[in-house]
Design a protein around this ligand. Structure first.
Ligand code: 2HG
Ligand code: ZN
Length: 451
């Protein structure tokens, strides 16, 4: 039997795609930066089928690329060439919300938006939110330890994960979906898989903790004099807002791009070098708390505040549509870095010079998650010198004691620079863990660890 015949026997004819046309959407990421041809796309329906697919691939010695919602930004879900692409899009089970524990178990292919809606229907919410919510899947969020706009309050995805069910490269199923609330019985395999980017096991189900619903909300879009002003505002927001739920940063260039692509009006009567979006949520209306803080913060140049849903969405659009507007303009060099907050201003000041030195016509657009010093560095017009730009920027970030990948992961895109963030000893230990769980190196080869 060929591998394709074995795979068809497991998942059915309709879910093994070998025609180029049918495979195409799985073989390219939506930003058009990563492409690779898969031997076949396989879409199992449940954990048992995932295990059987992995056993068949292991028997044939064929590598597997694991793909969730295909919203990743570092090529981690795109094949290098010749792998079987394992799509988890059919694993969409939504178990009933456990209201007593405030937890729920869902299939890896459930979108973030479907999980949020499911939690909300039960009077709760999920603690992670990000712009790609309608397509990003929970399996991918866990595998990449996704961050997003609620990290200020709830931490990143790993902080929400209670347990997982996952399949090793040889088809062994590890199921620890409902561990006792306190459990000190050895290695935390669940947390090991969070952020492992599909290199250690394929996550098929996830149990997550839920949080109280957002309730009442208020959003402010604040104009400030630049990075220094944004940081002064953040310090006041942290010290004074008991309801702080998000603090996001963007700059004049990004807001101008977002406005021209999305045909949006100016957010404030006057233009500012930088903008901070602050969201507060609480059981009672947080508008007064927010407005009072803004009124007393000397870093605030001007602010627009909205408490109704449509007004809030309008203000969020100036920050949330950055990725979309950049993609509509061209194929960017996309970096996702973070530095300690006391280095953020220096980094932002030095970046344009460092980029211009290797790409004089490039157009850097900076934005990100202010609370964590997490900056998304997108550079338009530098595709031809992408590697040089990446190298210069990531070296600068490392010199500021930062991370070369703050939330998007390492994927295929950042493996050559992993040594800037992790020591040889750490990378050696990671390789030993990988070899122990996937000795033949079949899961996501070329992702995360340099080959
Ligand atoms: C965001 O924060 C995402 O909006 C995407 O992490 C960032 O497109 C990017 O660079
Ligand atoms: Zn982000």
């Amino acid at each position: 039997m060929t591998l394709e015949e074995s795979l068809r026997a497991v998942v059915g004819d309709g879910h093994v795609l070998t025609d180029d046309d049918l495979k195409a959407s799985y073989e390219t990421d939506w930003t058009r930066r990563f492409h690779g041809s898969a031997r076949a796309v396989v879409r199992p329906a449940d954990t048992a089928q995932v295990a059987a697919v992995l056993r068949a691939c292991a028997d044939a010695g064929v590598a597997v690329t694991v793909q969730g919602g295909n919203t990743g930004l570092v090529g981690g879900g795109i094949p290098a060439g010749g792998e079987v692409l394992l799509s988890l899009s059919r694993l969409t089970t939504l178990e009933p919300v456990d209201a007593l524990a405030a937890q729920v178990t869902v299939g890896a292919g459930v979108t973030l938006e479907a999980l949020q809606n499911h939690a909300r229907a039960a009077g709760l919410d999920f603690g992670v939110d990000l712009a790609a919510r309608s397509q990003a899947s929970i399996g991918g969020l866990v595998a990449t330890n996704a961050g997003g706009i609620r990290v200020v309050r709830y931490g990143s995805t790993r902080a929400q994960v209670v347990g997982v069910e996952a399949v090793l490269a040889d088809g062994t199923v590890l199921s620890r979906l409902d561990p006792p609330a306190k459990d000190n019985t050895g290695y935390d395999l669940t947390q090991l898989l969070c952020g492992s980017e599909g290199t250690l096991a394929v996550i098929t189900k996830v149990r997550v903790r839920l949080v109280p619903p957002a309730g009442e909300a208020a959003v402010a879009l604040v104009g400030v004099d630049g990075t220094a002003g944004a940081l002064r505002l953040l310090a006041d927001a942290r010290a004074r807002l008991t309801t702080l739920a998000a603090a996001e940063l963007c700059y004049a260039e990004g807001v101008a791009l977002v406005r021209s692509v999305g045909r949006l009006p100016a957010p404030l009567p006057e233009d500012f070098p930088a903008y901070v979006v602050i969201e507060c949520t609480g059981r009672t209306d947080p508008t007064d708390e927010l407005v009072e803080m803004l009124g007393e913060c000397e870093a605030v140049g001007d602010a627009a505040v909205a408490s109704d849903a449509s007004g809030r969405a309008k203000l969020w659009a100036y920050r949330e549509t950055h990725t979309e507007a950049i993609s509509a303009t061209g194929v960017p060099v996309k970096l996702d870095v973070c530095v300690p907050l006391d280095r953020l201003e220096a980094l932002v000041d030095e970046l344009p010079g460092v980029i211009a030195a290797v790409a004089p016509d490039a157009r850097p657009i900076l934005f990100g998650h202010l609370n964590e010093g997490n900056l998304h560095v997108n550079v338009l017009g530098a595709e031809a010198v992408a590697e040089k730009v990446t190298d210069e920027v990531l070296r600068l970030v490392a010199a500021h004691r930062g991370s070369i990948s703050s939330e998007h992961g390492v994927g295929r895109a950042k493996t050559p620079w992993l040594t800037l963030s992790r020591s040889p000893e750490e990378i050696g230990a990671m390789r030993r863990v990988k070899a122990a769980l996937d000795p033949a190196g079949l899961l996501n080869p070329g992702v995360l660890l340099p080959t």
